[in-house]
Design a protein around this ligand. Structure first.
Ligand code: NAD
Ligand code: IPM
Ligand code: MN
Length: 347
């Protein structure tokens, strides 16, 4: 029997609840489809940091490299460890070390979930650059604490990085309705975003079947609310994509519905699958976290592993659950009830 080795990194807060839910569903789907999933859990988190002084061991990345995929919950517990320490100690280095450059985040409404908009017919695929840009970690501070203090955070956009994420976006658009929206802010940011626009223009002739339109990030934010049905594939830089995908989550009913895949398209290292949301300290330990985003992310993992039938079965089970009115209003049902309904729908 074919079997896959999965690294489980539940992390902090509700990350633990939703990863547990997703794993139950994944195991059931694998059994149904006749393949194996061997999960190995790692306790890397803010609690682990408090014990050891690091978010993961020195050989953490080397350890993860041996797995077929990584399933992650959420990282961050700001009451214990500053966010910039925890995120730069665990989540962000994984994305960077494995060059998981394409962060794919689908935004559409599940049956029975209404969301805050009157429009319901949108189907957006956000493609977020995931390894450089505004998250390059380049910068510094001088005259700390004084009246002349200056803090600089430099974005880094490389031709290699911009070209590969745009190509990924063009390819996705080609497989869908052939429309690509490229998001920049080239009216204000005259180096990086003008460069991004130039690369977009240079690549476009190679994809004559794709219509590419450039939008400024501010206009795109409004468009996602006012006319989400006009969008198909949306490609954006690391920070812009981060912000737009919480907006995308909002229009699909809440953060508990937004899934993501951190992909290594050439499969030279493991890809990582995680919900868009964080550790949600405000609802941690209450048993009311919506596990759908994590379960959907699990389906994206199976899709990436080539187990399309099992991935489709999970998506059908999620849809059957929300169509029955379970898990349609964030916070109303319990994590366990939604998970049980998805498991039942899976059969
Ligand atoms: P958050 O996404 O954790 O929460 C934002 C709001 O959405 C909260 O009100 C929360 O209760 C709600 N929410 C989130 N997920 C939900 C779910 N599944 N079901 C129901 N409600 C849900 O964002 P935040 O509060 O800004 O961040 C909390 C911590 O998580 C911070 O440490 C932050 O850095 C971290 N974070 C981590 C990731 C990640 O690991 N990928 C992503 C975002 C934030
Ligand atoms: C996300 C998160 C992370 C990001 C944070 C926690 C660093 O918000 O995955 O969307 O900005 O990438
Ligand atoms: Mn985010």
């Amino acid at each position: 029997m074919k079997s896959y080795r999965i690294a489980l990194v539940p992390g902090d807060g509700i990350g633990r609840d939703v990863t547990d839910a997703a794993w139950q569903v994944l195991e059931r789907a694998a059994r149904g489809a006749g393949f194996g999933l061997e999960g190995t859990a790692f306790p890397w988190s803010c609690a682990y940091y408090k014990e050891t002084g690091a978010m993961m061991p020195d050989d953490g990345i080397a350890t993860l490299r041996g797995f077929d995929s990584i399933l992650l919950g959420a990282v961050g517990w700001p009451a214990q460890v500053p966010d910039n320490v925890s995120l730069h100690g665990l989540l962000l280095p994984i994305r960077k070390a494995f060059v998981q450059y394409a962060n794919v985040r689908p935004h559409r409404l599940l049956p029975g979930v209404t969301g805050p908009l009157r429009k319901t017919d949108f189907d957006i695929l956000c493609i977020r650059e995931n390894t450089e840009g505004e998250y390059a970690g380049a910068g510094g501070r001088v005259h700390r604490g004084g009246p002349d203090e200056v803090a600089v955070e430099t974005s880094v956009f490389t031709r290699k990085g911009v070209e590969r994420i745009l190509r990924f976006g063009f390819e996705q658009a080609r497989r869908r309705t052939g429309r690509l929206a490229s998001v920049t802010k080239s009216n204000a940011q005259k180096y990086s975003m003008v460069f991004w626009d130039e690369v977009t223009e240079a690549l476009a002739p190679e994809y004559p079947d794709v219509t590419v339109t450039s939008y400024h990030i501010d206009a795109m934010a409004a468009r996602m609310v006012m006319a989400p049905e006009s969008l198909d594939v949306v490609v954006a830089s690391n920070l812009f994509g981060d912000i737009l995908t919480d907006l995308g989550a909002a229009i699909q009913g809440g953060l508990g519905y937004a899934a993501s895949a951190n992909l290594v398209p050439d499969r030279s290292a493991p890809s990582m699958f995680e919900p868009v949301h964080g550790s949600a300290p405000d609802i941690a330990h209450l048993g009311i976290a919506n596990p759908i985003a994590a379960i959907w992310s699990g389906a994206m993992m199976l899709e990436h592993l080539g187990e399309t039938a099992a991935a489709d079965a999970i998506m059908a089970a999620i849809s059957a659950t929300t169509a029955r009115g379970i898990g349609t209003v964030q916070g109303r049902e319990k994590t366990g009830e939604i998970t049980a309904a998805v498991l039942t729908a899976l059969g």
